[in-house]
Design a protein around this ligand. Sequence first.
Ligand code: ADP
Ligand code: MG
Ligand code: MG
Length: 267
Amino acid sequence: MTHLEIGDLIGYGAVKQVYQTTWHNTTVAVVYVNNRDYINDFLHGLEMLKALGPNKYIVQLIGFCLKDKVYLIEYHPLGNSVHVDEIFIKNNIYDIKKRFNLCVDYVRILEFLHNSPGGKRVMCDSNSLNKTLEQYLITSSLSLILNDVDALPEVGHEGIICGHRELQGSFIAPEQKWPYPTHSYQEDRMPPYDEKVDIWKIPPVCNYFLGKSEAAKVFRYHLHPIHRKCREKYAVHRPSAREVLNFYEKLLQEYFVDKFTLTREEL
Ligand code: ADP
Ligand code: MG
Ligand code: MG
């Protein structure tokens, strides 16, 4: 890959630097490690792209060179999902259904990860709303795909712990918080948890996708029953991604009945 002409920096995080480049007359994204300390995360991310893809949920891997620690993926010019408001306003889209489709895609991705060919995977790099949104890209057809697969531990029988440090903040699930406030954090004493931490985070992510319009406020009311269950304090009481998806898909079919059909039924 040494012959690639590196273009503009598209984005970066703790683990990766992503640039535009041209390959076979197509604009693609070239991914390098940003910080040598995270080389294992970088390589794990590449392994996950290979193990889980190709499919419609995850960014498409085009090629890689292990020797140079670099890989190519599809380029998505609309960028990550933090920019959802800008993207919809710029394209003059005020349709709440299109925004809700991002929620549906998001839960489809979680459902895929929780039942993936590589086992039950948890989206660990999601300790704040912004961090979570940065891991997903919006495609030109306004669907959501997962881009950052560096931190997807597998929930075995014993559960998982995300990262090696104490997690804090209002976004993480209750069971991700250190439960012994009188003692300082010790990783080996932290009780493990499972994929239900992803379920806890669904309502704020979906609400962000819906935005702050009047239509979004009305629509959110219809999501309340399932979102309330996602926020159950005890993880076992939360629904599975499949159950949330079933609720979302039913709503998608029933709520957005077009006017013409309604009129005919009324006649
Ligand atoms: P890190 O693992 O370091 O967090 P990410 O994979 O999350 O890196 O990428 C960082 C940012 O780069 C993303 O939030 C997004 O804005 C941008 N980016 C990454 N890959 C692409 C891509 N294929 N197309 C467009 N933008 C991308
Ligand atoms: Mg990232
Ligand atoms: Mg990452």
